[in-house]
Ligand binder design. Sequence first.
Ligand code: NIG
Ligand code: FE
Length: 432
Amino acid sequence: MPETIDLLLLGAGQLITCGSSGKGPRRGKGLSDPGLVRNGAIAVKNGRIFAVGSEAAVRKRTGGASIVKTIDAEGRTVLPGWVDPHTHAVFSTYRADEYEARIRGDSYLQIEERGGGIKRSVHDVREIDEERLFQISRRRLMRMLEGGVTTLEIKSGYGLEREAELKMLRVISRLAKETPLDIAATFMGAHQKPPEHKQGDEFVRLLVEDMIPAVAASGLAEFMDVFCEKGVFDLEETRRILEAGKSHGFKLKVHADEIFAIGGTELAVEMGAVSVEHLVQVTPRGIEKLSTSDTVAVLLPGTSLGLASRKFAPARELIEAGAAVALATDFNPGSAPSSSMQLAVALACSQMGMIPAQAILAATYNAACAINREKEVGSLEIGKKADIVIYDVEDYREIPSRAGLNHAVQVLKEGRVVWEIKDYKLRSEVGL
Ligand code: NIG
Ligand code: FE
């Protein structure tokens, strides 16, 4: 009996594999080779990549097989789906008024102090019905899918009490079952101290003694994250919370060096965190620590944009020092309300000095490393999930350079078309 190939994708003018050879995150010069194949093709079987490379090589490998479906990209650019390793995508409403206030000159912390910021989103999430929270979050995720995101991480952290945090985590778990996206769930009860436990030690004790054990018992989260920041959780509190998380089996993430450098990056590395995120204010010592560790540095240029700030994380220095750099949106209702990974990649290029190949690898393969999914997704390699996106561009560098547009026209998750613009070839400039 001839072999059955479920899908043969042909005619990729540029096939960007982001191939890894499975050696952990790409670093330094290794972050500059996107694995470009001209006139590329991919064969898919049972949702996984069966063959990938030049069209001639893939045709040879699948010669004699029975092909169920063929897609001809007709010269367009094909990439792996984006992996967004840092989002707060489950929330109630956006806080666009705060965006204006920041442009007018108010600081993020000033807005917090008058009842805005995370506190306001906590109030909204505690109020909202679970079904409605699921439905609006599901629609947001479907919009992300339209932009080529096929895997993402989502944090809780707008509940800040046991039941509301569990409500968020149940929504995240349902999103994983009822949308095509792969989702990594993170418990972020340590996102802020809630209004009812603002002072002293009370909330840290509640986290350590009650919430962390309850969330661990629920099995609803794989990672745990702490916002280590002046006025939020200080270094000693962060350490206590991370230690409790670790002892309950969570893998660790840390929000660090966003507004003030108080040692969060160094602590994250010391505690073997999978990733440390933000890093706008990272110090030379923090960079040095990252350069010799497996902790992935997740940079969030969309947050600088949302905060109307001109300061971005020092991506070039981190890459040159040998740190493992990834990109994410930080999608949330306040500081980063854009869920576009294409925009994050564009900002990484124009504002942080990453070349397009570096930014794309940081948003795919290295991003998968930041959520321990690199064996499954993040590159187009044999055996991995066939998460494939066709972009209506001839050169992958058009994705960041022609910023502000969604260039994705067809999105495949595990070899199935999950979103497409039906008549895209009629609207296209490619090949005309
Ligand atoms: O990653 N830095 C802390 N937390 C979020 C902000 C969330 C919000 O503003 O609602 C962040 O930027
Ligand atoms: Fe965040």
